[in-house]
Design a protein around this ligand. Structure first.
Ligand SMILES: Nc1ncnc2c1ncn2[C@@H]1O[C@H](COP(=O)(O)OP(=O)(O)OP(=O)(O)O)[C@@H](O)[C@H]1O
Length: 259
């Protein structure tokens, strides 16, 4: 199971109020000798949405795994201001033999949320992602976008304060992807959780994030951080605004420069 619901290995105590995550001079060298990250310092404020973009292999997923406590940095430190973290991957990783409802309730069951409470939360999460009518179906009866919604709902059930998303919409076709981006924006704006997400799409990063962090090729360092001054709530139609287009051009330019 590739999902985490609570954090154990990261330091949740020593964070300044208002901060949700802090990477302090983080370096990561895998036992194979690969230096994935070098001297990465980054803070994420509570309720902020930050996107990580960068060339393939620059250590974006590694950074998320460090935030989730799935790996420990080989130098520097990682601290989180919460123990309530949801992790969503590109693959929805659903149990094929379990209904949508049971899949959505899985993490809550593992976290021993009492049954009545769990059922209420599952119903609310299914409603939030528009899957109430499909609650009793098996995953194979769903489209790719619907499966991704199940994966999102499964994390929402734990009411995370922070969501770590690793290329969550990478496997979807363009239209479904846009639909899911709108869905994530809506959830983010209503739940106010903190988001740290990895994407290969500059357009997606600018649409969703308040800040886009551009990483250099491996070993990943932070090459630039770009503020996206488009107000929330954002609607997907913001894509057609000149300001959005300018931001996409600026981030793309920086990304070209680091390659
Ligand atoms: N468990 C591991 N053991 C050894 N090396 C690893 C491990 N995980 C990742 N790496 C290496 O670390 C580097 C960074 O990998 P990572 O997956 O973090 O990059 P990424 O930016 O997310 O890549 P992509 O955009 O292609 O998904 C790569 O060279 C990869 O081969």
């Amino acid at each position: 199971m590739h999902l985490v619901d609570t954090m154990h290995d990261v330091d949740a105590r020593h964070l300044t109020k208002g901060l949700q995550a802090s990477f302090d001079h983080v370096g990561m060298r895998y036992p194979t000798g690969t230096q994935a990250l070098d001297d990465v310092s980054l803070t994420v404020a509570k309720g902020e949405c930050v996107a990580l973009v960068g060339p393939s292999g620059c250590g974006k997923s590694t950074l998320l795994r460090l935030a989730a406590g799935l790996e420990a940095p080989t130098s520097g430190s990682v601290a989180l201001g919460t123990t309530s973290v949801g992790f969503v991957f590109q693959e929805p990783n659903l149990l094929p033999w379990s209904s949508v409802r049971r899949n959505v309730g899985l993490l809550a069951r593992l976290a021993k949320v009492p049954k009545a409470e769990r059922e209420g939360r599952v119903a609310a999460a299914l409603d939030a992602v528009g899957l109430t009518a499909f609650a009793d179906q098996l995953p194979r009866a769903l489209s790719g976008g619907m499966r991704m919604r199940v994966s999102l709902a499964r994390s929402l059930v734990l009411r995370p304060e922070m969501m770590l998303l690793d290329e969550p919409f990478g496997a979807l076709d363009e239209l479904t992807r846009q639909e899911m981006q709108g869905e994530l924006l809506r959830l983010y704006e209503s739940r106010r959780f903190t988001v740290l997400f990895v994407t290969h799409s500059v357009a997606e990063a600018v649409l969703l994030a308040r800040r886009v962090v551009v990483m250099s090729p491996r070993p990943g360092r932070i090459a630039a951080t770009i503020d996206i001054d488009l107000p929330y709530p954002r609607r997907p139609e913001v894509r057609f605004s000149p300001r959005y287009v300018e931001h996409v051009a600026a981030v793309s330019d920086v990304l070209q420069g680091v390659r």
